[in-house]
Design a protein around this ligand. Structure first.
Ligand code: CU
Length: 266
């Protein structure tokens, strides 16, 4: 009688737990549903978010299965009164094949989805409408608006602002004249390293107006923590006005990018 009641309690508790997990997983509009990720503000963000959620869901399903089997084995085969030592066994070929093949299949599935999305997200073609050269240097940032021929540069004390027009695909060209930095805007759900001697690229389309913080995500030296910047996503008219303002301030040309094929202005 007692055990029937306990079984019922366990079943209710499991249903409640599973229900809450599924409910939070199904809703994309809250931080629980996004599993800690910020709200995407780019067209590409939803793809990254789905990869993140899918990976966690897969991990959770495997976790529940493993925990369930463990608990079942512990409870069902626990030592009972009068039991002696259990039968001692060695080797179980089907079981060993299972725990070799099962992880392999899981890794292949994770690899497939990661590789598929990475290929799409890092593909740069001619579909962008403008390009920005992001220069990370010890210890701030410069943004060269390549199509407009103007630049913005910051200092650790006065972080710069990168302006972007909403709903227009921008190509980032990442360069560093000194050490490795990393261009990270958490709200973009995307970051990429700036490596001296090479040009890294990616493109995205901001689709939400607002101000989003950015920072360096690669420990690069004493003032790494001060390598901050903001990204301001605005309308095309506001963007054009800002570019005109930069021109008026005389910020014309390009801050030295560390690229050998382009002569810098400083
Ligand atoms: Cu850094």
């Amino acid at each position: 009688m007692k055990s029937t009641v306990r079984r019922k309690q366990i079943r209710t508790l499991s249903a409640l737990l599973l229900g809450s997990v599924l409910l939070s997983g199904c809703s994309f509009d809250n931080e629980y549903g996004r599993l800690g990720m910020p709200e995407p503000v780019t067209e590409e963000g939803n793809r990254i978010l789905s990869l993140w959620q899918g990976s966690w869901l897969a991990a959770l399903i495997v976790g529940v299965l493993v925990w369930g089997l463990l608990i079942w084995a512990i409870v069902a085969y626990r030592r009972k009164e009068g039991d002696g030592l259990p039968e001692q066994t060695r080797y179980n070929v089907p079981l060993e094949i299972l725990y070799t093949v099962a992880p392999l299949l899981m890794i292949l599935a994770l690899f497939y989805f990661s590789q598929r999305d990475q290929t799409i997200l890092t593909k740069v073609d001619d579909s962008h409408s403008h390009s920005v050269n992001v220069v990370g240097w010890r210890w701030s940032w410069a943004f060269n608006y390549l199509d407009e021929g103007v630049y913005e540069v910051g200092t650790p004390g006065e972080p710069p602002v990168l302006w972007l027009p909403v709903d227009e695909k921008v190509r980032f060209e990442l360069t560093s004249p000194d050490v490795i930095h990393s261009f990270w805007v958490p709200a973009f759900l995307m970051k990429m390293d700036l490596v001296p001697g090479r040009v890294n690229e990616f493109a995205l389309t901001p689709n939400t107006e607002g101000v989003f913080m950015g920072k360096c995500a690669e420990l690069c030296g004493v003032d790494h923590s001060r390598m901050l910047f903001d990204v301001k996503v605005v309308t095309r008219a506001e963007y054009d006005a800002h570019i005109a303002d930069l021109k008026e301030r005389g910020q014309i040309g390009k801050i030295d990018s560390g690229r050998t094929d382009i002569a810098g202005v400083s």
